[in-house]
Design a protein around this ligand. Structure first.
Ligand code: 8YV
Length: 317
């Protein structure tokens, strides 16, 4: 088994009881491509991260490979069709990160609307020397309209949170989610209607051929100029240049971003110097509790496949 990042020792030790395990011994540096290719050639299983590209080139020269266990719910880094052809099982980590990621999405809504990072900075810089009525005045979240684009499990968990804030919830997704309609009063809308009506537009869609570039100049133009745009799905679902333009032109009021077209985003990127942007480095599922459960689930998937059992959370097309 090759693990492409240093993960929790307890998870590694558990695997070591039954298998030969090698770990790319870095917490913050992705495994270099040549090392990954070499390991794929020799391994029966790979425990991978979003930063590892599992493509045709790798899969065509991995004669022993049986399973790729991605430590993420998304798997846009993996060519699932090529894996299927190569007889390699792909697994992901759904469900275990749903609430954690929904918490982060809602935090970004609140942080952006109430200008929390700006306000925290203001006080730490010693700028709070007097009071004024509109000092760091933000926008209300409660009773506003939230439009969720991509209503999977995380979207529905955000809807639950939004209902607690008395928000009006709209959603757009591939198939109707009647449970969310019944439980949280969410209303299904076509994308255009949702964009026109929402005070907060939250993108949670996965990256697929259909969703790539789904939110661009035309979509930002449809949003209210008071709208706050949040992306906790995947960067390339949004045309980032159009997002920058929309923020510069005042087509929208602000943005809260956990994901970017290119990650890590460069320090010079215009989004990072905008006052009305709250940016965080893809930390949707990053709590110690949830990351441990994700590692464990990825390892358990590998264990199952190598023991000839059914994986717990297999990705199917
Ligand atoms: C990951 C994610 O943070 O699960 C996903 O699809 O985007 C995140 O949970 C992460 O990048 C770990 O690979």
């Amino acid at each position: 088994i090759f693990i492409t990042r240093k993960i929790d020792d307890a998870v590694i030790d558990e695997l070591k009881k039954s298998f030969d395990v090698e770990v790319w011994d870095s917490e913050d540096e992705a495994v270099p491509r040549d090392v990954l290719l070499k390991q794929a050639k020799e391994s029966h299983a790979l425990l991978t991260m979003l930063s590892d590209q599992i493509d045709e080139e790798l899969l065509s020269d991995a004669p022993h490979l049986k399973v790729v266990a991605n430590m993420a719910v998304g798997y846009d880094n993996i060519d699932v069709e090529a894996a299927e052809k190569a007889g390699v099982i792909v697994t992901n980590t759904p469900d275990v990160l749903t609430d954690t990621t929904a918490d982060l999405a809602f935090s970004l809504i609140l942080a952006t609307a109430r200008r929390i990072p700006e306000a925290a900075d203001y006080i730490k810089q010693g700028e709070w020397t007097s009071w004024s009525p509109y000092l760091l005045a933000g926008r209300d979240v409660h009773h506003k309209t939230l439009g969720i684009v991509g209503m999977g499990k995380i979207g529905q968990a955000v809807a639950k949170r939004a209902a607690g804030f008395d928000m009006n919830i709209l959603y757009h997704t591939r198939s109707r989610k009647t449970e969310a309609e019944e439980q949280f009063g969410a209303q299904y809308k076509n994308l255009s209607d949702l964009l026109e009506k929402a005070d907060f537009v939250l993108v949670l869609a996965p990256l697929t051929e259909e969703t790539r570039g789904m939110i661009g100049a035309e979509q930002f133009k449809k949003m209210k100029d008071s709208a706050i745009f949040i992306n906790v799905g995947r960067g390339p679902v949004v045309d980032e240049k159009s997002l920058v333009d929309a923020l510069r032109n005042g087509d929208i009021a602000g943005a809260g971003l956990d994901v970017f077209e290119k990650e890590p985003i460069s320090k010079e990127h215009p989004l990072l110097s905008m006052e009305n942007v709250v940016a965080v480095p893809h930390i949707g599922s990053a709590t110690t509790e949830t990351r441990y459960i994700m590692m464990k689930l990825a390892a358990d998937n590998i264990k199952a496949v190598l023991n000839g059992e059914k994986p717990l959370t297999r990705v199917t097309r």
